[in-house]
Design a protein around this ligand. Structure first.
Ligand SMILES: O=C[C@H](O)[C@H](O)[C@H](O)COP(=O)(O)O
Length: 227
């Protein structure tokens, strides 16, 4: 039997993919939920849907290539119609924490230049207030130690992300510091404060960027929330 969380992620991903219309330029998110959206898009392309896509990570670009989804770049097109991407936490205000997979910078660039951002997630990611999930922050390797100290002074418990004992390196050659805030009462204020620190490239806080959230449930049903 399939894992209930996988059923929920798949339901959310496939439901969002069904919102795509012919001719659209689509952002392909990153992670285990976006995986299902990309799979569905691949199947739709196979059946004749004509779209172009921009991937938010090297991993998603590889998956798109395997599925023969035509990829484009910002050199060719500066505006996306729809971006479908996962989340680590979603608040009732539809603010979002992203970056658990380390793709937050490209994800935010793609989301910012999309007419619509559709966030897909299993039901457990939907919370009253953000902050339970440590906020991923992409930082420049130079001077990361002092950036880390400044993050700590903002009231979070920072942790330099590692993968098998090695420092985790993003697709952009940067580091990630995961900042456990506990609660983020004012996401816009926290995001602005973080951006004041030199060395911070981008944060995983997507404040009022999501237009739609598709939540997947373990019985395979979905719920659509609109901002
Ligand atoms: O960097 C990774 C992305 O922001 C993901 O979309 C996010 O971490 C959610 O991933 P998943 O769907 O695997 O829980």
């Amino acid at each position: 039997m399939q894992d209930p969380i996988v059923i929920a992620k798949k339901a959310a991903g496939e439901k969002a993919a069904e919102l795509i219309r012919p001719g659209m330029v689509v952002g392909l998110g990153t992670g285990s939920t976006a995986y299902w959206a990309i799979q569905k898009i691949g199947a739709m392309v196979k059946q004749g849907l004509e779209i172009r896509a921009i991937a938010t990570s090297e991993a998603s670009a590889r998956l798109a290539e395997e599925l023969h989804i035509p990829l484009t770049t910002f050199a060719e097109t500066q505006q996306l119609d729809m971006d479908i991407d996962g989340a680590d936490e979603i608040s009732e205000q539809l603010d979002v924490i992203k970056g658990g997979g380390g793709a937050l910078l490209r994800e935010k660039i793609v989301a910012f230049h999309s007419r619509q951002l559709i966030i897909i997630a299993d039901q457990h990611k939907y919370v009253p207030v953000l902050g339970g999930y440590p906020l991923p922050i992409e930082v420049i390797p130079f001077g990361w130690e002092v950036t880390y100290n400044r993050l700590q002074q903002l009231g979070c418990k920072p942790l330099l992300r590692k993968k098998q004992e090695e420092i985790f390196i993003t697709d952009n050659g940067n580091y990630i510091i995961d900042c456990a805030f506990g609660t983020i009462k004012d996401p816009a204020e926290t995001n602005a404060a973080l951006h004041h620190i030199p060395g911070v490239v981008e944060t995983g806080l997507f404040v009022q960027m999501a237009h739609t959230v598709v939540l997947g449930y373990e019985d395979g049903s979905t719920q659509v929330l609109q901002r």
